[in-house]
Design a protein around this ligand. Structure first.
Ligand code: COA
Length: 264
């Protein structure tokens, strides 16, 4: 592993990497050092072939209250851009998450605000406790979201709702976001681990090359026009016919048995 961690807790077990934001006395505010470690942990999880699913969560019963507001007193535009280029959520962290060829799941309980919400939205799926509270409160600090909030929300929930959230700074519940298609699964807090386990096991049971292609193809739907997306989808679909797992999948179906995936 590339160096030790103190602001995140990073562990790997049974094909699952778990990255826990660990700054609970500040609601896991995304301090610079924490962002650096988060970047390192994500890169490590992306690199490690044994890791097939990645979980991102917060310590102490909350996901994250977002960017470190204390640091904002000293930021100027140049500093802001240099930090965004090094460890910003919109470009750097989201790019690592979205380009890694394995699912990344945000597990959210408690507060998930500002950069915390942006980080969760960058993940492939969000599983939340019923009492989780989301929002983009930057407007109340004389700011706007700077980690992808305006862009991802507009794509996920449409212009009007996105404007409502970023212009009022109002909080929104996990259930409301589930209805709007931003959160995948919402369960009572005491059922959160069970729900995460069930989703993780389902993902671990899938053929990894197809899983990676599925992720990339859906990513492209948000990043390109329809025609380019359809072409890329066809190429990804076609490429899977070169995998052993594709042949195994078809054979197992025809032989009425469960497939045994090889991961290639
Ligand atoms: N950055 C830095 N410190 C933060 C923080 C943040 N985003 N969010 C919370 N903290 C700190 C508080 O300053 C406080 O520190 P202190 O103990 O040294 O005074 C500590 O965490 C506890 O926060 P507090 O506000 O006292 O707790 P609360 O239970 O009353 O409220 C929140 C919790 C999360 C609702 C509230 O802290 C909050 O609104 N945080 C900011 C959210 C935000 O605007 N995020 C967008 C940033 S751009």
């Amino acid at each position: 592993m590339s160096g030790e961690f103190s602001k995140v807790i990073f562990s790997k077990e049974g094909g699952v990497a778990s990255i826990v934001l660990n700054n609970p006395s500040r609601y896991n505010a995304l301090e610079l050092e924490l962002r650096r470690e988060l970047r390192r942990a994500l890169e490590e999880a992306a690199r490690d072939d044994e890791v097939r699913v990645v979980l991102v969560r917060g310590a102490g019963g909350n996901f994250s209250a977002g960017a470190d507001i204390r640091a904002f007193l000293e930021w100027d535009p140049a500093k802001c851009v240099s930090i965004a280029n090094e460890v910003g959520t919109s470009m750097v962290l989201a790019n690592i998450i979205r380009s890694m060829q394995k699912p990344v799941i945000a597990v959210v309980e408690g507060y998930c605000l500002g950069g915390g919400f942006e980080l969760a939205m960058s993940c492939d799926m969000i599983v939340a406790a019923e009492d989780a509270v989301f929002g983009q409160p930057e407007i109340n600090l004389g700011l706007i979201p700077g980690g992808g909030g305006t862009q991802r929300l507009a794509r996920l929930v449409g212009e009007k709702k996105a404007k409502q959230l970023v212009m009022t700074g109002d909080r929104i519940s996990a259930r409301e976001l589930e209805k709007m298609g931003v959160v995948n699964i919402v369960v009572p807090r005491d059922k959160l681990e069970e729900a995460v386990k069930e989703l993780v096991e389902k993902l671990l049971s899938k053929p990894r090359m197809a899983l990676a292609a599925a992720k990339e193809a859906v990513n492209l739907a948000l990043e390109t026009g329809l025609l380019a997306g359809l072409r890329a989808e066809l190429m990804l679909f076609a490429s899977l016919f070169a995998t052993e797992d594709q042949k195994e999948g078809a054979r197992a179906f025809l032989e009425k048995r469960k497939p045994v995936w090889k991961g290639r």
